[in-house]
Design a protein around this ligand. Sequence first.
Ligand code: SF4
Ligand code: MG
Length: 325
Amino acid sequence: AKGVTRSFKVGAGLFNRKRTLHAVNGIDLTIRKGEVLGIVGESGCGKSTLARILLGLLPPSTGTISFQGRELSTLDRRAVARQVQPVFQDPYSSLNPRRRIASIVSFPLDVHGIGTAAERRRRALEMMDLVGLPARFADRYPSELSGGQRQRVAIARALVMKPEIVVCDEPTSALDVSVQSQILNLLLDLRRELNLTYVFISHNLAVVEHIATRVAVMYLGRVVELAETAELFANPRHPYTTALLASILTPEPGLGIPETGLGLAFPDPLNPPSGCVFHPRCPNAFGPCATVVPRALGQHPAGLVACHLHDPDYNTANNQGNRPS
Ligand code: SF4
Ligand code: MG
């Protein structure tokens, strides 16, 4: 992805004036073959919008996304679907309740007119086997399966097209904790067996630490830090990442949004703060933070951090404010 933004016109505010919501703002991302790129942030940070852009379900307002050297916008939706497939959060709503399991799994093949009906069914059964679903489930309906089994159906459906990349948007968030780890381990096994690349979106840092090889931290539509997983968890550089990591230690069961320990609420995305969008909540904010937008520093695409604390232009001994220890 290069300079990707996605804005929506939103009818809200005084006199119902249309305002612009920059759900995704200037994102550059290169997905490396074979990696698990975790994308984390609180709800509303734009991670699901980014997922839909990567899936070709939503065109970016500006910027480009390329894959294997070709711009996605030059490919049609069908060509994208052959390469990139989704697994969404809620298997209850993403599976058609009136279709039988084998027909749900083979549905992408139907859409793309691949194979005969018998071939499609055989392929569906192969995929079911691959994700650990017994063949006797083939003619059952989603309502007859458990949540974890339904998510296996969704994974089988994603893999039936033999994609290069699977974009998982909170794939385990609707599941019980014990089932979550089974599904995560299944995804890891499949990645090894099939040489898959994942984009793995989650608000749950513990899950991301378990599965991702590299992590992008998003805040208000921007990637504020990107690093190898071990590096990010051992040595967070952005104050927002530090706050998110602190929240792992004080989990709040049952809450969708992690408790960040940051004093202020998540800002109104329609009216984002000036300068560094994180400055009203940042414990380290200093001189330039309220007015100057931080630039992305670091060895992109391997890693980056967008924070003035790490910018030699600002972080000099003369500046006032808190330094990171
Ligand atoms: Fe905090 Fe300033 Fe860094 Fe933003 S740029 S995260 S406000 S220190
Ligand atoms: Mg979401």
